[in-house]
Design a protein around this ligand. Sequence first.
Ligand code: PD2
Ligand code: ZN
Length: 291
Amino acid sequence: MVKKRQLSDPAITPAVQIWLAEQTSAGHSRATLFKSLRASGWQSAQAAHIMSLTADERQLFDGVVQPCQTQPSTRMPQPKLIFHDVQVDGGDKWVRVLQHRTAPDLIEFEGLLSDAECDALIQAAQPRLSRSLTVDVQTGGHEIHPDRSSQGMFFECAENPLIVTIETRIARLLQWPATHGENLQILRYPPGAQYLPHYDYFDPAQAGTVELLKRGGQRVATLIMYLREPDSGGATIFPDIDLAVSPKRGNAVFFSYAAPEASTLTLHGGEPVTTGEKWIATKWLRQSVFE
Ligand code: PD2
Ligand code: ZN
């Protein structure tokens, strides 16, 4: 019979913590790690505690709910603003809030990423760039589209320690599990490149949406992080609320949409870069586990 371990068991630290960090860096999913802990004798609540899982994740990894259940979540990604909206806990650092709006829920952050992190992301992405695709709303697949003239790539989930660090910080900052998001995307906009105004959620009226929702449900929020600022142009604009966010290196803009509707006022676009190059990283958050 498998020995039941206690939360106070000294084996939890540091050995388990080191094992967890190594397995995460090796790219194993949180679900896989949870199952390994369970197989080696940890109770579900203990394994969830060790991995800091949310109640939803624990249920999902325990098989109580199915990954593709698409009932809308009542929770939303939502940074916990403290000290009168001045900063947010990112786990390994505090991140300053430059502005906070409520219709839509939108926050502009300062210094979410360090200069070294921005450079490392650009350097790792550069050799892997190709012309950015947009979602084909008819089929749920992807296509080249004139509305989007940037180049981009996706990192693998937890593909290296830098990605793990950034994903972990984002999860803490937005209070949303790292499992409930698409892989980090990098985009490069040379002069003239832009992203015409659009919504990031999948339009329920389009035929391809059923297919897209099978992987993690709807998108519920977007985090755009600026890695390199162009010399001119390239602001992220929100036409419905008359807002333009400057693409300042290390900063980020977060906005959420509780329903896939234009009434969320989350229409947004990337203005053409006029001189220099703009680089961003985008994280799209989903209702449930994206696998
Ligand atoms: O680069 C931007 O400013 C931008 C604008 C609109 C990025 C996205 N959307 C996106 O990545 O969804
Ligand atoms: Zn967008």
